[in-house]
Design a protein around this ligand. Structure first.
Ligand SMILES: Nc1ncnc2c1ncn2[C@@H]1O[C@H](COP(=O)(O)OP(=O)(O)OP(=O)(O)O)[C@@H](O)[C@H]1O
Ligand SMILES: [Mg+2]
Length: 406
């Protein structure tokens, strides 16, 4: 094996590692571009992406260069970048003897382009775009070997991207629905003050499934009560759909709760002397445009149990009635405080499947749980510690309730 092949072989390992450890496509490509750039001793490097869905031109996605290339783009076949994409072969502009490459020069205003290579950034399945390196460090010219290397590396990166592509789906969050800034909550305990929330900053996005985790007593329920309008922060602000509720009166908070928020509790909180139907009717009477009660019961699979009293229902069925009761309001947000804590595994999964359907229909769900396994279903997981956010995870691959095991 010659030196070039050996170097390329070693780099394959680096590229694979970079792609597999990256948590986003951006991170992977940036990492790979840096590998290519340092292997080629290039002063500048750019990944151009072909916009197959849009204007069908090549746009810069990532680059290391002193220029802002944001508004630059190439048509297929235009310039070295466009030609590399069109022909799917490297364009080796190895040395500009007399004057710099006029085409490339236009993009990199103020930089003298002496030497450049454009290689297709394509896997066996997908032609993503083009990788371009410009000017070798120390004023040297790129060589044909360099061009071979960048061609192979670009292909390896593209192949790694294709093979891992599933992992790189990014989660696109919806509009901000709740904004929590510097929220504290203190409780007077005789002579002492217990600081439970110590400055919580977070957003809740429309349509997301957000899980709140944290040790017992860390303030999860306290936080849920504040964003549900059942309690007020000692300081800081809480706004809902752009409306600051930090100083809202009790009447305003009641109104906010009634029209926007559905609650689900560990203990179901159903009225024992009312049937499932009547428990829902109680709430339907309070709001303007309730979901028909039959429809709400049907959506949790309990249309046949409308006339049952809670005591005649299993724990899981009672919890599903309480979900239906929350749905009757057609709330924008459902706040659930350990909704499965009192249930066995099978019943928990039934309840979670019901909630998954609710989310699918566009309702935002914020759920407090102790169950790390349930967190795998969420779009985001926020871990609280000591009255503050401790760790946030974005799940690119939320799992189905039936995939959960505990
Ligand atoms: N109204 C209150 N008055 C005094 N202290 C309170 C009040 N509400 C909550 N606390 C205290 O605040 C702390 C946090 O309570 P919170 O219920 O928010 O915790 P949690 O994270 O939900 O815990 P768990 O997982 O056990 O439900 C606890 O120490 C609790 O005793
Ligand atoms: Mg709690």
């Amino acid at each position: 094996m010659d030196a070039t092949s050996l170097a390329t072989f070693r780099t394959l390992g680096d590229i694979n590692k970079t792609v597999s450890q990256a948590t986003s496509l951006d991170e992977a490509l940036k990492g790979c571009l840096q590998i290519i750039q340092s292997n080629l001793h290039a002063e500048m490097a750019v990944i151009w992406y072909y916009d197959a869905e849009g204007d069908k031109r090549l746009h810069p996605e990532f680059w290391v260069a002193p220029n802002d290339l944001t508004s630059v783009s190439h048509a297929v076949g235009e310039g070295a970048v466009g030609r590399a994409y069109q022909t799917q072969a490297a364009v080796r502009s190895l040395w500009f003897e007399s004057s710099p490459d006029p085409v490339t020069q236009e993009d990199f205003v103020g930089v003298e382009i002496r030497s450049a290579i454009c290689a297709p950034f394509s896997s066996y399945q997908v032609d993503y775009g083009v990788v371009q390196v410009i000017n070798k460090e120390g004023g040297e010219r790129f060589t044909d070997d360099d061009a071979d290397v960048i061609e192979i590396m670009s292909m390896l990166v593209a192949q790694a991207v294709t093979e891992n592509e599933g992992r790189f789906e990014t989660w696109k969050h919806g509009d901000t629905i709740m904004e929590i800034r510097g929220v504290t909550r203190e409780f007077q305990n005789g002579d002492t003050v217990a600081k439970i929330l110590r400055g919580v900053n977070m957003d809740v996005y429309e349509g997301e499934f957000l899980v709140l985790l944290g040790e017992s007593g860390c303030g999860k329920s306290t936080l849920l009560n504040i964003i549900g309008g059942m309690d007020k922060a000692s300081s800081g602000t809480f706004s809902y759909m752009g409306r600051d509720l930090s100083h809202a009166s009790q009447a305003e908070l009641t109104d906010y709760r009634r029209h926007n928020i559905g609650f689900i509790f560990q203990s179901y909180n159903l009225m024992p002397n009312l049937t499932a139907y009547q428990n829902l009717a109680l709430i339907a009477d309070l709001v303007d445009d309730p979901m028909p009660i039959d429809e709400a019961l049907k959506s949790v699979g309990l249309e046949a149990r409308a006339k049952s009293y809670p005591s005649r229902l299993s724990g899981g069925q009672q919890q599903r009635v309480s979900i239906a009761r929350a749905l009757v309001k057609r709330p924008k947000v459902i706040l659930a405080d350990e909704p499965t804590a009192a249930l066995d595994y099978t019943t928990s999964i039934e309840v979670l499947e019901t909630l998954a359907k609710v989310i699918e229909q566009g309702t935002t769900l914020v759920m407090v749980t102790h169950n790390e396994e349930i967190a795998r279903m969420a779009n985001r997981v926020i871990r609280l510690r000591n009255g503050q956010l401790h760790e946030v995870t974005v799940n690119r691959y939320p799992v189905q309730p039936t995939d959960l095991v505990w």
